[in-house]
Design a protein around this ligand. Structure first.
Ligand code: SF4
Length: 209
């Protein structure tokens, strides 16, 4: 397991005795207007997938297609993610996919620190509800939040880290690979590492659901 090992407040360290269901988290979010992104979004993009998935993917924020459809990773980035999942022996139905921010930043600008601060309590509750074995962080913002680091994604990707209960695998955002074959090759490698990691957890008798 590589450094940094993240034991910090961003990520739940131990499974709480009483943890919320995804339905309860969604109800808690309601028609959230905690930050100005509420003024420009079409809808909140909560997340989608298996409620007790072994793998939870955390991206950055909804883009235009996601904002319109209400689901993360649709369009070109979604097709790329689906193709990469097969490298790990997974399908979209078997994983849970969420974002750091639940609402689209205008013109897909970067998330702001104050937006991340007010929105990520929802993500922490989603983690408590799903309680995956492995978190895959997609790109810089998700990786820096989960690993509580300011290091860049290029130096962190492709290695396994520990954050509380969770094994964390940072990877490039799939959208970055659409026009960059070099990143695509690295993403394929990283999804293959994800598949091997799940197989090792199975062999150790961990991670079965
Ligand atoms: S981005 Fe998060 S905190 Fe801001 S309005 Fe949307 S759900 Fe609420």
């Amino acid at each position: 397991m590589s450094e940094p090992s993240a034991e910090h407040n961003a990520i739940p360290a131990a499974k709480p005795h009483r943890h919320p269901t995804l339905e309860q988290v969604r109800a808690e979010i309601g028609d959230c207007r905690r930050c100005p992104l509420a003024e420009t979004r079409t809808q909140i993009v909560f997340g989608v997938g298996a409620p007790h998935a072994r793998v939870m993917f955390i991206g950055e924020a909804p883009g235009r297609n996601e904002d319109l459809k209400g689901e993360p990773f649709v369009g070109a980035a979604g097709h790329k993610l689906d193709a990469l999942l097969s490298e790990a022996g997974l399908t979209r139905d078997e994983v849970f996919i969420a974002n750091i921010l639940k609402c689209r930043p205008p013109q897909n600008r970067d998330p702001r620190p104050e937006e991340i601060e007010v929105c990520t309590p929802y993500l922490r509750d989603q983690l408590r509800a799903v309680w995956p074995d492995v978190i895959v962080t997609l790109g810089k913002y998700a990786t820096q939040f989960v690993l509580h680091t300011d290091r860049g994604i290029t130096g962190l990707r492709g290695k396994l880290y520990r954050a509380g209960h969770f094994i964390v695998l940072p990877i490039f955002h799939p959208a970055a690979a659409i026009y960059d074959p070099t990143k695509n090759d690295l993403l394929v490698q990283d999804f293959q590492l994800l598949g091997r990691t799940l197989a090792e957890l199975d062999a150790q008798g961990e991670g079965q659901r």
